[in-house]
Design a protein around this ligand. Sequence first.
Ligand SMILES: Cc1cc2nc3c(=O)[nH]c(=O)nc-3n(C[C@H](O)[C@H](O)[C@H](O)COP(=O)(O)O)c2cc1C
Length: 273
Amino acid sequence: MEPERFPPGERNPVLETLLAHRSTRRYRDAPLPAAALDLILTAAQRAPTSSNLQSYSIVVVDDRELLERMCRLCGSQRFVAECSALLVFCSDITRHIHVCESRGYVYRGDHVNTLLVAHGDANLACQNASIAAQSMGLGTCMLGNVRNDPQGVSDLLGLPRYVYASVGLAVGYPAEDLGVRPRLPRRVVVSRNRYSDDHLAEDLAAYDEAMRRTGIYDGRREPLNDVAPGTPDPVPDAAYGWAEHTARRLGGENQLQRRGLGAFLDAKGFSRR
Ligand SMILES: Cc1cc2nc3c(=O)[nH]c(=O)nc-3n(C[C@H](O)[C@H](O)[C@H](O)COP(=O)(O)O)c2cc1C
């Protein structure tokens, strides 16, 4: 049977799922039905993949003890321990090495493009899985924090050389409904035919206002960078928005944690050359 097609330019159920996206960080304690997980994984594997290389593997973590340990390794966000399953999307080039070596060919993919391709593939599969889960009313949250302690995650999940955790996806039954989070104004992100950031300052100010109105920063400020402990925060509530929050995050100590990632990737066999 031909799948149903929707008229161009009109909203449809696929778009409704995409447009309703929000990350879920609180879950009910309930197992994922096997049929749901099966469809989520099927959708993940249907994602486009660079050169059909399928440079990723997925580790499904649904053992409570393992989820607790993943939680500790990944920034201690409780939703990691409390979700029904954590899908770990790993960049994986073992199969490529295997097909080359088993035929006596020299593997020449040891350059940075391989790293980008595999990481991209893993994230595309992750997004497909996320949308599939959300289309069934499940909640999801991606987890870049799988790269906080890449060696710890690698050891815990038994990831060999040529495999590293690119991104995680928590899946479960939502125990919160926060509504969609505002996005940057369209013209900040999209330009036509030639790149433009002409209206950046005013558009960021408008976005700050939209984000403040959600209440997301109430009692949830990033600490000031490079100041003595106890220094009063000079930024009033009316000026604390996405720009201030983001600047503090990107200038914060936690960025230093990722400094070792390059050497880790080299050791895993993902060259940065
Ligand atoms: C690649 C990627 C990694 C992410 N990693 C985390 C994470 O480690 N922890 C977390 O709480 N949220 C994580 N998120 C979710 C983002 O914080 C979230 O998508 C963003 O704040 C926008 O909110 P929304 O998804 O509700 O619209 C990640 C999202 C992406 C795309």
